[in-house]
Design a protein around this ligand. Structure first.
Ligand SMILES: O=P(O)(O)OC[C@H]1O[C@H](O[C@H]2O[C@H](CO)[C@@H](O)[C@H](O)[C@H]2O)[C@H](O)[C@@H](O)[C@@H]1O
Length: 296
């Protein structure tokens, strides 16, 4: 089995795209016009996303605030150490540009089913201050529509599935919201055969809904005194945004979030791009979703 990550930088658009090439026997095969023959190999993934550093709960509030500062792109660094340069160079060597490897990609995909997995925020839409206004352009929508004509395509996001659908508005795609804890296939009208409609495919964390609701309300209450903090309900997950919070208040914000979570050992805290994410401790995330799709 081949598993290769290739990063495609695109300074012009500033977007990230994940391309996954998987076996022909996949979850998505019903919407492919001409299924490709099964291949003995596996899959390889091309990712052009610098995944934000994720940290588990358990650390001290200060280390959380440090981590929030470290992952903050607005923080200006006056010097770059030799080891940082070396680390970056190693990263680039291990994640070569897909644009420079097009032939290898085409060769590697022979006899395999190509499946597109696309992140939303910072990939299809620009990063903006207001999460409700992270709109994608019509040009990007058309590009995704075109891709979906050729390959089964899924949007995989930490957001609530309905919310991301309201941004993308393309019926022929798979949508995996709440970090893959809420998956739905293409809607009825866009399937070639009605029997292909798969509705809600997977909601492994449904038991957590009442708990998530409770925690969402507690977080709203506890963070309302921190200017700029924003709590987003992502159905099976919750996001606490600190993009608009002054840096000197970050430690106080983490303290509030952690104090709420103390009563909920079944929820865990991770960190994304200027966002704290609360999610169920089930053994399920976007990576597991991807591998389960191509092993389906
Ligand atoms: O896993 P992802 O799909 O990358 O979801 C992570 C978070 O994405 C969204 O927040 C990010 O984009 C916002 C709009 O550009 C930006 O304001 C925020 O700072 C970013 O973290 C989404 O709103 C969150 O709920 C997701 O957790």
């Amino acid at each position: 089995m081949t598993n290769q990550n290739v990063v495609v930088p695109n300074a012009r658009k500033g977007v990230d795209i994940t391309i996954t090439m998987a076996l022909s026997k996949s979850l998505f095969s019903p919407v492919v016009p001409k299924p490709l023959p099964a291949a003995p190999g596996g899959y390889f993934t091309i990712s052009r996303k610098m995944f934000a550093k994720k940290t588990e709960t358990g650390g001290k509030t200060n280390s959380w605030a440090d981590s929030m500062r470290d992952s903050s792109p607005t923080r200006v660094k006056s010097t770059t150490s030799l080891s940082e340069i070396e680390e970056k160079n190693t990263w680039i060597v291990n994640h070569p540009s897909a644009l420079n490897m097009f032939e290898q990609i085409v060769n590697g995909s022979k006899g395999k089913q190509i499946v597109m997995f696309l992140d939303y925020d910072g990939t299809l839409s620009p990063i903006v201050e207001d999460p409700d206004r992270a709109f994608m352009t019509n040009e990007m929508r058309e590009a995704v529509r075109d891709v979906a004509r050729y390959f089964p395509t899924a949007i995989v996001t930490g957001r609530c599935r309905d919310k991301v659908y309201s941004f993308v508005r393309l019926a022929g795609l798979y949508y995996a919201g709440s970090h893959g804890m809420d998956i739905k296939g293409p809607s009825k009208n866009c399937c070639i055969n009605k029997k292909d409609y798969q509705g809600v495919l997977f909601q492994p964390a449904s038991d957590f809904l009442p708990m998530i609701d409770e925690v969402y309300n507690a977080l709203l209450e506890r963070t309302k005194y921190i200017p700029g903090a924003r709590v987003e309900d992502n159905k099976f997950c919750i996001s606490v945004h600190f993009r608009c919070v002054e840096e000197k208040m970050w430690a106080a914000l983490v303290e509030q979030v952690r104090s709420v979570l103390n009563g909920y050992p079944k929820l865990r805290l991770t960190q994304g791009r200027k966002v704290l994410e609360i999610r169920p401790t089930i053994k399920w995330d976007k990576a597991k979703l991807l591998s389960s799709c191509w092993n389906h």
